[in-house]
Design a protein around this ligand. Structure first.
Ligand code: BMA
Length: 805
């Protein structure tokens, strides 16, 4: 029987300087959220409050509760089960120390039967300062290079808790996952690890079962899935069994866009092997039948599921909140829903964060969203000495066993950018022979994956070229991270790449206006008002945002223009990159955008901001990640068909003047097979403009279209946009129809400026004269229709000059 111990907790600062004692505490939770709930700190996400909270990570904290306990009918064993302790914890039951731990990523179980008292019991979990712990380890081992001036590689704790180039430094402590008492007798299932594979069209499950058994009664384990059943007997003294199940022709689990996601409950039962012996323990998880491998032929990096090569349309995932216990299942469902609606098929759980919650992977299983899981190592040289060698092995064992049932999980990856740091960022010299994590990435982790999860591929790190001595960030081999664009180069440079697989590339933009307005007290808001600057963590971030506008868009003067143009430029830059990389399929077999989500309100690379609002980038992703994409690349139209059906029709390409009048036309019958890419070269009459400032090239195939100007926007002789707008209230919102009288470049609506709860279903639509677009604005409270249909809510690139004020 399991009994959660989540009630009656209090929190106390164990400190002469901090006078906080016995405030109510939430478990699972953490210090920051408890202090916030008690009204003792200001919201860490607002303005620059973060700065005044650094003492929290330097303080020792004690969580305490009491509970009653009765031996009752009597269990042989009672264990204190801690699913997650963040991080430097001492567990004390009735005054006796049960354990001292220092790894947020592990799962702990302590036998405590002998320490429990009949009636009232007290449980204390005391958390030492993560900084103090990391400083001790650093003093013992010597400093090691890393991308940030924080000691995250000296403690097994979510690295980005120490701050990142999109996240605040909010070093917390707490009982961050469930804690409870597990009373049991005889024997229990201590681990079940299914290895699910395909054998032709048949499904195979090898269920590796480990039992803990203080009593020496004979045991029987049964496993069943999809009508198949297997059984094993465990004689006294035996602790392990492997049960093999064969399922003839199960429905296959597929990534979204490739087929369904049937899940089959796999149940393992442990019973006494005696006449009428009762069930002692039971374990059930949903599994899916699919195969997965990594195709490395000729230095490719192709994820192959059920023998189908998958073009990855992905995004990187960071912890959705600095305080992970606030990430409810509802919030995960919303965020993963946003990923699916943007036509993503993979999330990469990035190594500066976590092994995510079981809810996360279960949702991905159901949605068909593939998961690439980094082991939690990012952007630093990590020490391999003790205690880290043992901690890393233990946490990896916990995580591999916990996540192995999930069909969505398709790849284990050793680390984020540490191989690159060693090879290319000068770490090798600074290390001077000391350890940096190579033993984890090249030896320990692949050994553990091979031992515990042999049917899943392992990759040593990202970027990585497949061999330790090869240049890790070589676009022609394995995975590449493309960061020269954001940091130094114009985004057109994406066009110069011919990568096999892009596991990271990103471009910043501000969060939604309503998000900034909620988070910042600045009055007025300006691109460099103090709050905006505080919520921009990237090195030289604001300057890079402006530089990134390049020749593509006019230089902004007002805050509103800065906000709009930099958001738009983010969307365009990423769309440009993705269109390029998809047009290279199947040479290139994936793009993983940096980054899907944010953990707080911030200017960042995210598509969905810290208040869950979709940025213009999100709408652009939905378009360029659709199954069917037309893209104009150099002097071709590339027809990209990542759908399951062939795509055939007449491709119509027209060079027009800016009133829409055709200057040259061509039609090209095309048939592109399922999962195929077809470049259609265009004749010079279509690719060469008589006057690049006054012409546009359009392409259409079925209901997909593409458009390219012959000059950058500031050089195009756009007419001042003229259009008619009809705004009709409807239940729950407003329908806005815009009919263009002139060319209207990238129309967008930002209803959150009027009501933070309002959102629009589409944006960034270019209209030729005479054409129209309809936007559905969801606004539960109704909206001012005049404001909704004018500047700065309704915007386009070639809008009429507006009066400021
Ligand atoms: C890569 C990522 C993150 C970082 C991002 C933006 O290095 O792995 O560490 O946030 O670039 O700089």
């Amino acid at each position: 029987m399991y009994r959660p111990l989540h009630d009656g907790w209090t929190l106390t600062a164990v400190s002469d300087e901090v006078d906080i004692a016995g405030i109510p505490a939430t478990v699972p939770g953490c210090v920051h959220t408890d202090l916030l709930a008690a009204g003792l700190i200001d919201d860490p996400y607002l303005s620059d409050n973060e700065h005044r909270l650094t003492w929290i990570g330097r303080t020792t904290w004690a969580y305490e509760t009491s509970f009653t306990w009765h031996a009752g009918a009597g269990a042989d064993r009672v264990d204190l089960v801690c699913d997650g302790l963040d991080t430097v914890a001492t567990v004390i039951l009735n005054g006796a120390e049960v354990a001292a731990t220092a790894n947020m990523h592990r799962f702990y179980r302590f036998p405590v039967r002998d320490l429990l008292r009949e009636g009232e019991n007290t449980l204390q979990v005391r958390f030492g300062s993560p900084y103090a712990y990391a400083a001790r380890r650093r003093a013992e081992l010597g400093d090691l290079p890393g991308a940030y001036d924080e000691p995250y590689q000296f403690i097994r704790k979510m690295a980005c808790n120490f701050g990142w180039d999109w996240g605040p430094t909010l070093v917390t402590s707490g009982i961050w996952r469930p804690i409870g008492l597990h009373a049991w007798s005889g024997a229990r299932l201590s681990a079940v690890r299914p290895v699910v594979t395909l054998d032709g069209r048949d499904g195979r499950v090898e269920a590796h079962v480990t039992v803990e058994r203080p009593a020496e009664v004979p045991l029987v384990v049964t496993a069943s899935v999809a009508g198949a059943r297997a059984e094993a007997r465990l004689a006294p003294g035996e602790h392990e069994a492997v049960l093999e199940l064969a399922v003839p022709e199960p429905d296959l689990w597929w990534p979204r866009g490739y087929g369904g996601q049937p899940l089959y409950p796999l149940t393992v039962r442990l019973s006494e092997a005696t006449e009428g012996g009762g069930v002692l323990d039971e374990w059930t998880r949903d599994v899916g039948f699919r195969s997965v491998r990594l195709d490395r032929e000729d230095d490719a990096f192709t994820i192959v599921v059920n023998d189908a090569p998958v073009f990855v349309r992905g995004a990187n995932w960071i912890p959705d909140d600095c305080f992970p216990t606030r990430i409810t299942p509802e919030r995960l469902a919303q965020r993963l829903g946003q990923a699916c609606e943007a036509n993503l098929n993979l999330l990469r759980v990035w190594g500066g964060g976590l092994y995510e919650s079981t809810d996360f992977y279960h949702l991905c299983d159901r949605l068909g969203l593939l998961v690439w899981q980094d082991f939690p190592f990012a952007c630093a040289a990590y020490p391999e000495e003790e205690p880290f060698a043992s901690e890393v092995e233990a946490e990896a064992r916990d995580a591999i066993v916990r996540l192995s049932p999930h069909p969505s999980l398709v790849l284990w990856n050793g680390n984020n950018e540490n191989i690159e740091g060693f090879a290319d960022w000068g770490w090798r010299d600074r290390l001077d022979g000391r350890t940096w994590g190579a033993g984890f990435y090249y030896d320990l982790l692949p050994r553990l994956v091979a031992e515990l999860d042999p049917a899943r591929p392992y990759w040593a790190g990202s970027p990585y070229s497949g061999e330790p001595d090869a240049p890790p960030n070589d676009p022609a081999r394995g995975t590449v991270h493309i960061w020269d664009v954001w940091n130094r180069e114009d985004y057109l440079r994406y066009g110069a790449y011919r990568p096999r697989f892009v596991a990271e590339f990103g471009f910043q933009g501000p969060p939604a206006y309503a998000t900034l307005r909620r988070a910042l007290g600045d009055d007025p808001l300006t691109p460099d008002s103090p709050g905006v600057l505080h919520h921009q963590k990237a090195l030289d971030g604001n300057a890079k945002l402006l530089r990134g506008l390049g020749d593509h868009l006019p230089a902004p003067v007002t805050f509103d223009d800065w906000h709009y143009l930099t958001q738009l430029n983010q969307a365009r830059a990423m769309a440009f990159g993705i269109e390029r990389f998809r047009s290279l399929a199947p040479y290139c077999m994936g793009t993983i955008v940096w980054q899907l989500n944010d953990c707080w309100p911030v200017v960042s690379w995210a598509a969905v901001d810290g208040d869950a609002r979709r940025k213009p980038l999100w709408y652009a992703l939905r378009r360029v990640y659709a199954d069917r994409l037309l893209t104009i690349q150099d002097s071709s139209v590339v027809v990209v068909n990542d759908g399951a059906e062939a795509w055939a029709g007449e491709l119509s390409v027209v060079r027009r003047d800016l009133t829409g009048e055709p200057l040259a036309e061509g039609t090209f019958p095309v048939t592109v097979p399922a999962r195929g890419t077809l470049p259609v070269p265009l004749p010079g009459a279509l690719t060469t403009a008589a006057d690049p400032a006054k012409e546009v090239l359009t392409a259409r195939l079925g209901d997909q279209s593409a458009l390219r100007f012959f000059a950058e926007d500031p050089e195009v002789a756009f007419p001042e946009a003229e259009f008619d707008v009809a705004a009709e209230p409807m239940p729950g919102g407003v329908r806005v129809t815009v009919t263009a009288r002139t060319l209207v470049r990238e129309l967008a609506l930002f209803p959150d400026r009027l009501d933070p709860a309002a959102e629009v279903d589409d944006m960034l639509i270019t209209l030729l004269p005479g054409s129209s677009a309809t936007f559905l604005v969801r606004a539960p409270g109704g909206l001012d229709l005049a404001a909704l249909t004018s500047y700065p809510v309704l915007r386009c690139v070639n809008e009429a000059p507006h009066s400021q004020g």
